[in-house]
Design a protein around this ligand. Structure first.
Ligand SMILES: *Cc1c(COP(=O)(O)O)cnc(C)c1O
Length: 412
């Protein structure tokens, strides 16, 4: 980032951007600068058409035959395999199913079953709440003396009591990113398994699960993967762990032969055993479009652009809003962060509402965090300029003080 930041300089970066054509793949409203793809990715144009096709042609005319004729039954493994390429997992490791919360429950329970002599789920205090809630709910259900230990520095708390180290790779609030390879190595050194939540990483930063020897992972389909609201999530299990994986939800579609309708449960080979019930076909159809788009974009270019956008955003806020009380929460080091910028500000909620009213959509996380997701597939350099200009105007005019911006809504 140079000292002479101008809008024209950012327009020039957009003209030179190899990823620029991807923006046209999305149906983005003209009057919006969308900086919340870390919470809900925008609509890929092809998803609307694909879902319509699945509804009218596949469901409408093929009816029950569509499970075979259009391979609906193969969707969870097929999309899982594509996702496995995005996260650098070994072939046959990854499945699309359920929600991130449910997949966490499934894999945490399996990790504890695989480590019968150990009783600690180690995690960090700032983890995403659902991860903490699910871990605590599971230990209460098991009633076998398991404990959830949430600490600020989990690596230094690793010891031989730890069954599984459960971390979110990119922190949902600050955007700070763990060193997946180093942390996994440290966990393995004490015999602990690792379970990574990739919700804020997948599609945002390069991932190499196989190279990093990750044991277990889950992640979200509706954020940077642009899979649609409530899109199915995914889970990934390293091949050596699959044969003995004891999952707690033994539904019929994880059975070796679902259509034998046998009275006894026998798990399918491989990752297919992590299926539970009937897959949500319409949601999977939308998700597959987002995943296919992501596969077309080179991750190296995505990552380089994302980090450039973050640098620009931080530099511009510090230049234009230096006196306005924003405190940067995101690391300045590109190697230690995801694809979002977060600032703390005591009036963060109202400031974000005032920005949204101007068409600059980020979001707010309690108690005081403004988040701006800079998804490199469709956010332009010039959007960063215009977003910070709007922020500056909101601060200069005090527009955020209006009563209507103080009212908390159900979803922030
Ligand atoms: C978004 C997110 C989730 C979402 O879980 P759902 O079950 O889809 O609601 C879970 N974990 C993390 C870290 C997230 O960022």
């Amino acid at each position: 980032v140079t000292a002479d930041l101008t809008r024209a300089a950012l327009e020039a970066l957009d003209r030179a951007d190899d990823l620029a054509p991807f923006r046209a793949e999305f149906d983005l409203p003209a009057d919006v600068i969308y900086l919340d793809g870390n919470s809900l990715g925008p609509l890929p144009k092809a998803a609307a058409a694909r879902v319509a096709e699945v509804v009218t042609r596949e469901w409408g005319t093929s009816l029950i035959r569509a499970w075979n004729a259009h391979d609906w039954i193969g969707l969870p493994l097929r999309i899982g395999e594509k996702l496995g390429r995005i996260i650098g997992a070994a072939p046959g490791s990854t499945l699309v199913a359920d929600s991130t919360s449910v997949n966490l429950f499934k894999l945490l329970a399996a990790a504890l079953a695989a480590q019968p002599k150990r009783h600690v789920i180690l995690t960090e205090t700032g983890n995403f709440p659902t991860d903490l809630y699910v871990a605590n709910g599971l230990t209460e259900l098991l009633r076998r003396g398991h404990a959830v230990r949430a600490v600020t520095d989990p690596v230094s708390a690793l010891n031989e009591d730890v069954a599984v180290l459960m971390l979110t790779h990119v922190n949902y609030r600050s955007g700070a990113m763990h060193d997946m390879a180093a942390v996994t190595r440290a966990a393995h050194a004490v015999g602990a398994l690792t379970l990574w939540d990739l919700s804020h990483s997948v599609g945002a930063v390069p991932l190499h699960l196989a190279d990093d020897n990750v044991d277990l992972a889950v992640g979200c389909g509706y954020k940077y993967l642009n899979g649609g609201p409530g899109a199915p999530a995914f889970l990934s299990v390293a091949p050596p762990l699959q044969a003995d994986l004891r999952l707690p939800l033994t539904g019929w579609l994880g059975h070796a032969e679902p259509f034998a309708f046998a009275p006894d449960y026998r798990p399918a080979d491989g990752i297919a055993r992590a299926m539970v019930g009937t897959p949500p076909v319409l949601s999977l159809a939308a998700l597959e479009v987002g995943v296919d788009l992501m596969l077309r974009a080179p991750m190296g270019a995505l990552s380089a652009k994302s980090q450039r956008l973050l640098d620009l955003f931080i530099a511009l806020v510090e230049q234009e809003c230096a006196e306005d009380g924003f405190r940067l929460l995101t690391p300045r080091d590109a190697a230690r962060r995801g694809s979002q910028v977060a600032f703390a500000h005591p009036d963060g909620y109202a400031i974000m509402q005032a920005l949204i009213a101007r068409g600059v959509i980020g979001d707010f996380r309690a108690p005081d965090v403004l988040r701006f997701g800079l998804a490199p597939m469709y956010v332009r350099h010039v959007d960063v300029w215009d977003a910070v200009a709007a922020l500056r105007e909101v601060m200069r005019t005090g527009a955020w003080r209006a009563a209507r911006f103080q009212v908390q809504r159900a979803v922030t």
